[in-house]
Ligand binder design. Structure first.
Ligand SMILES: Cc1cc2nc3c(=O)[nH]c(=O)nc-3n(C[C@H](O)[C@H](O)[C@H](O)COP(=O)(O)O)c2cc1C
Length: 202
């Protein structure tokens, strides 16, 4: 894993469990050949933003929890990979809570020009896409129109992370991968290619 120790890479997972998102993150991170740290937000104590305004001038957060350590890790990194499951066409509450607490980094422009990559996964199955008559996710996977229906919410999840990274944090997106129908493993090649692309100079 420690081929290139100069580049500092972290992965941030917004999943409450160890499944598709973490598989995708680990596949990209391993493909970089660098030393990395995978941060699982589910294991961190991160309180919600208080909207206290304390960071407006100081660019520091007054809330004393695990986010303090994460600020340092993010500022110290060259590349950050964000991975999140799709929950109702959005990021998970874990990821949104983390994003809100990044307000000091938005104000300080601390992540500006750092490289980022985005990973999103969805897994709506039969009966879970309601209000669409007879919608069957397995069958939908076999048609372009069906796949688009499954993809739409996952793209929205990806868009939210993309907007956060580019418009708010000023980061440079190197690439993204989305997986539908829980098919994260079918994206292995894309994930490996993204990992390799991340450590290219340009
Ligand atoms: C509350 C909730 C909402 C969900 N909303 C969507 C959705 O809008 N679209 C989708 O494809 N999957 C949806 N899913 C399925 C998850 O995205 C899917 O299980 C994903 O694989 C979870 O990632 P993980 O395996 O890394 O935890 C939802 C799951 C939950 C629990």
């Amino acid at each position: 894993m420690a081929k290139s120790e100069k580049i500092k890479i972290i992965g941030i997972s917004g999943s409450p469990r160890n499944k598709n998102t973490n598989y995708m993150l680990k596949t990209v991170l391993d493909a970089t050949g660098c030393l990395y740290e995978l941060i699982l937000l589910k294991d961190k104590n991160i309180k919600p933003c208080l909207t206290c305004g304390g960071c407006f001038h100081s660019h520091k957060c007054v809330v004393n929890d695990d986010m303090q350590d994460l600020y340092g890790k993010m500022l110290d990194s060259d590349i950050i990979i964000f991975g999140c499951p799709t929950y109702f066409a959005n990021v998970t509450a874990l990821m949104k809570n983390f994003m809100d607490r990044c307000l000091p980094l938005y104000l300080s422009e601390g992540l500006k020009d750092k490289k980022a990559a985005l990973l999103a996964v969805g897994n709506f199955k039969k009966g879970e896409v309601r209000f669409l008559d007879n919608f069957d996710a397995e069958k939908a996977m076999q048609t372009l129109a069906g796949r688009k229906i499954l993809e739409e919410p996952v793209k929205k999840c990806l868009d939210i992370m993309n907007f956060f990274c580019t418009q708010h944090m000023g980061m440079k997106i190197v690439g993204s991968v989305l997986a539908i129908n829980g098919n994260s493993q079918s994206k292995e090649n894309e994930l490996i290619n993204l990992g390799k692309k991340l450590i290219c100079k340009k």
